[in-house]
Design a protein around this ligand. Sequence first.
Ligand code: NAP
Length: 272
Amino acid sequence: MILVTGTTGRLGRAILNHLTERGASVVGSSRSGAGGTRAIDFDRPETISLDGIDTLVLVSAGEAEDDVVIARHEAVIAAAERAGVTHIVYTSLAGEGDHLAFALAHRWTERRLGQGAIPWTILRNGLYADLFGSLLQWSGPELTSAFGDGALSAVTREDLAEAAAVVAEQVESASAAAHTGRVYELVGTPITAHEVAARVGAPLVEISLEDRRRQLNAAGLKPFQPAMLMSIHTAVAHGFLAGTSPDLATLLGRPPRDALEAAADAARASAP
Ligand SMILES: NC(=O)c1ccc[n+]([C@@H]2O[C@H](COP(=O)([O-])OP(=O)(O)OC[C@H]3O[C@@H](n4cnc5c(N)ncnc54)[C@H](OP(=O)(O)O)[C@@H]3O)[C@@H](O)[C@H]2O)c1
């Protein structure tokens, strides 16, 4: 039996749907236990029951301060060890993302898995194309960008979900050895803010990192979020997230979906 965590979230739900379509024996988990999912709240370790689960697809748990995310992941991995889970597939962050403010919790989790006894597979997910599109803010009829000429090897959630389902299904159906101890770099094709704006058909106005930070600080976000989002801006602007890898296409058995269109869709969705 496969258990996918975070199936109220967009990535976890899509992984669950792909596995269900493939006829896998699979269950989801969510904090609420809604929709036939197991009620598991990582912040309450006593709720984490993984009995009867062979393959755990651990979708990284939300956005929060590092100590909170790390405590959540520690609680799930410890529960998996107690329950006799035989393989953990973890959705991590692309290797090039080390400069991002939220990288540490992912790398901590990778290290924890490496030191543990359960065989594992790391899916190092690139940044979502729709996230990139949504970070281009509208100012009247114009899109604004603090990404400069930098490119992001963006990837659609749908492709990441399908790749995770492929790995989990193969692990579960006794092909675990092929994926054990493997680290997959699931990034897409580099796209720029200029290309997204051109696809949307909107003029692009470049703004500075300082101006974007000022906007984010005034936006009423959670305390850690402006720094987190600014780290994406500066990493893209300075060319740290534009690397490519064949891993995603190899797992999917086809080229990845069009990340530029997904980013443009997200920008269109917030148009005034
Ligand atoms: N690659 C990227 O560009 C990118 C961007 C943003 C985030 N991420 C990471 O990728 C993950 C999945 O992305 P997504 O798009 O599916 O995010 P999402 O739609 O925001 O879903 C987040 C999921 O995390 C779950 N979660 C949060 N706190 C939890 C807790 N204490 N116990 C159990 N579950 C908890 C949520 O469950 P509830 O609904 O029950 O709260 C939800 O299912 C995120 O959580 C984040 O770590 C990646």
